[in-house]
Design a protein around this ligand. Sequence first.
Ligand code: GDG
Length: 448
Amino acid sequence: MARLICLSNRIPLGPNPSGGLVVALEDALTETGGLWIGSSGEPVEDPVEALRPVEGGPFARMIFDLSPQENEEYYAGCANSVLWPLFHGRTDLMDIRSEFLAAYKSVNRRIARMLVAILRPDDRIWVHDFHLIPLAHELRNLGVTNRIGFFLHTPFPTPLAMQALPNGEEICFWLAAYDLVGLQAERDTRNALAAMVELGGGTELAGGIARMGARQVRIATFPIAIDATEFQNLAEVEFDKLPPGIVKADRRLMIGVDRLDYSKGVPQRFRAFGEFLDRHEDWHRHVSLLQISPPTREGVQAYDDIRAELEHLAGSINGTHADISWNPIRYIHRAVPREMLAGLYRAADVALVTPLMDGMNLVAKEFVAAQNPEDPGVLILSQFAGAAEQMPEALIINPHDIEQMATTMLTALAMSQRERIERHSALMAGLVAHDVHWWSKGFLTALG
Ligand code: GDG
């Protein structure tokens, strides 16, 4: 069986790496004697130009280092301050600098050189996410003819938004160097195909194939997923271990779980909860919102801004409504262990998943999987999460419409048990049928 090589910006480290992608790829990597390659995450001066093996673990891993300058310009700069905002509809936050775009190319070129040194002719290569879009193009330049697939974890912008990037057409050209490009949702696949034609000057052929010059690439939707059964079992066990006081007979719990990122719509969610409390005094002391937002990308201005905004909003809503026995919002700017998270999802009556733009959003799927099927909670889900295409039985909202979100909070809290069960069982059936193993198998089969 041909060896599978996965590449991502960060590699899951530690003796027992965890996380959704590891679950998705572990089988394929171990079965094929495969390999996962990524950056060490610790910048070093004058990094050597060679992949270094990581000891132990269930499958082989190799890492490379970035220099502090590469980390600044390629990772914090191009990836986090240009491509992430662009791909999430925040062109206003893009910090376009020629040195960022140059570092993006040169780092991808360096990774390609290091990969070629260990590559076998029949290896299949699976590249993950926006940090590494040019990689296949750089590999082709070095004469690599292996099958190469790419999966984008974020949304794909419209061709109009792509014009905000000085080298928008180059992105299309880079994508054409892959054999297969996978996207999270149909909307993204439509955008990517449109960009290949409108910006890249390519031609769309039948079956989602784009032709650019001598190359043809298939562009298709592969919605990422979770191991729903495993998560359901975890939540059932962990619910019983929650500290006392989380579940209260006379108080309902709403939960939000998001990396602290401006794409996640948490300020809008807080405002909607404030509006709900303004409207419904009868719910005071009977509902609270637990928001878990571990920090990411600290030091990038837009992330410092969103943190300050959330602290201000939570303080202001609590200041207006709290009393000595009730705080409406508990805002936790720290990561909680995965096990506890599973228990908390199960304890919650309502999940607020309200991103302004999101590739998929796995929190929505985890919340549904964690519920007690006989007395499940209700998922409120943004129409702009890729997950909305697969989860129509959630209460779908527009996160820009604060009034609608406040109204939907009441709908969720007042929903009959029968309706909750009906919606949940339809959602859960979808999660079990289309789990993370279905996702990775689907992509790898299509890659061939
Ligand atoms: C990107 C795309 C796409 C969160 N807080 C804690 C914690 N988490 C875990 C969640 C979930 C994961 O992090 C977040 O996944 P999401 O999918 O919601 O969002 P991103 O991090 O933005 O991921 C996204 C995803 O890639 C996969 O393709 O769905 O659209 O943006 O698993 O549970 N985990 C722990 N403590 C926390 O405090 N342990």
